[in-house]
Ligand binder design. Sequence first.
Ligand SMILES: O=C(O)CCC(=O)C(=O)O
Ligand SMILES: [Fe+2]
Length: 362
Amino acid sequence: MNFQSVPILDYSLLSNSESRSIFIEQLRHALINVGFLYLKNPPVTDETFDSLVAYIPRVFALPQEAKDAIAMTNSPHFLGYSKLGVERTKGASDQREQFDFATPLESEWKEGDPEHLRLWGPSQWPKENDVPGFKDTLNLYLTQVADLSYEFIGLVAEALGLPRDGLDQFYDAHEKMQHRAKIVKYPTLDEVSSDQGVGPHFDGGFLTFLLQASDHPGLQVQNLSGQWIDVPPVPHTFVINIGKGLEGVTQGLARATSHRVLSPPRGATPRYSVPFFQNIGQDLRLSDKVLQFPPEVLQLRDSRGDVAATDSVNFSEYDREPSGLVQLIGRVKSHPDVAQRHYPNLFHRFFPQGLPAQGEAY
Ligand SMILES: O=C(O)CCC(=O)C(=O)O
Ligand SMILES: [Fe+2]
C-alpha cells in the first residue's frame, strides 16, 4: 500500500455516472493512503492558469520599494509581502519570498469582537500601473479555485461514505468566507545559503490547491514509511492535499501528509508556486463536530497500518479553540513583527521576551 508516486485523478471522469464512480474510488484511495493527489482537467481554464503563471515573475521583479510598500506588517490580516528568510520551519530559515493574498472580503471586525475575526479582510495589491491586470487575473483565479474547493469537498464527503453535503457544515455562507493564497518564489542555491525552500510541515486547514507555476522539481511528500517522494509539476493540474483540520474531523481517514520544498540548484532559474488554502468558518470548534463514518470506510483506514513518524510538527490547539483563533495563533507565530504591531496581547503571550529575529512557521 505504500506509495512511490502521487496519483493523478482526472476531473473529466465526473461527467458520466460510470466513470464518476471510478473517480470516487480513486479519490477514496488517495485520501486514505496518500493524502496528496494531482487533479487534471480541472474546471479552471488553461488561459486562467497561463495568464496567472506569466504574471508571477513580473510581480517578484518589482522594485524593492514597491514590494516594501505592501509589506505584511501594514496588515492586521497578515496579507502582503514577506521578504526572503523571515519564516522558519523546524528551527531553520525557509529560503522563499512571498506575497499573501486572499479572496475579496471586507473586514467586519469592530472593537470588542473576538480578535480572530479581525484576521479576515482585504488584500494589499501592487500598484495597478506597475503590473496592469494582475489584480483582476489573480482575483478571477481565486474565485475559480474557491468554487472548485466547495465542489471538491462534496466529492471528499462522498468518497468517505458521508452524504454529499456532509462536510458543508464547516463553512459559513460562501459570501462570508475568505480563503488565502500565496505567490511564492524559491531562489536558486546561487542566491541562498541552504536548500530549505520550506521545511517539512503539514498544512493547517481543510484542502490545499497548489499550482506549481514553473517547471521545477523540488516539492516532495513523505510516504507512509517516511521516504521523501517527488511531486514534479504537471502543467494545468492542481496538486491537492489535506490539512490537519480535515484530517481531524475525518478521524484520520483523510491524511494530512508531511511535505517540503527543496531550493532549485545552482545555475537553474527560480521556482514559483501558488498554494491556495481553503478555510473553514472561524467560529467552529472542530472537537464539537463528530461525524459518523460507515464501518467499512473506517476499516480501510485501519488496514493502512502504522504510519512512520514524519518530520513535521503538529497543530495542537485545533481541538480546543475556535478555528479562526487557531489560524491567528499560527500567523502570530510565523510573523511576530506583524503580531507585535496589530495583536499586542497575543504577541506578549507567545513572545514574552520580545521580538525574535524570525518567526517559526510550523
Ligand atoms: O511551494 C510549494 O510547492 C508548496 C508550498 C507549501 O507547502 C506551503 O506553503 O504550505
Ligand atoms: Fe504546505
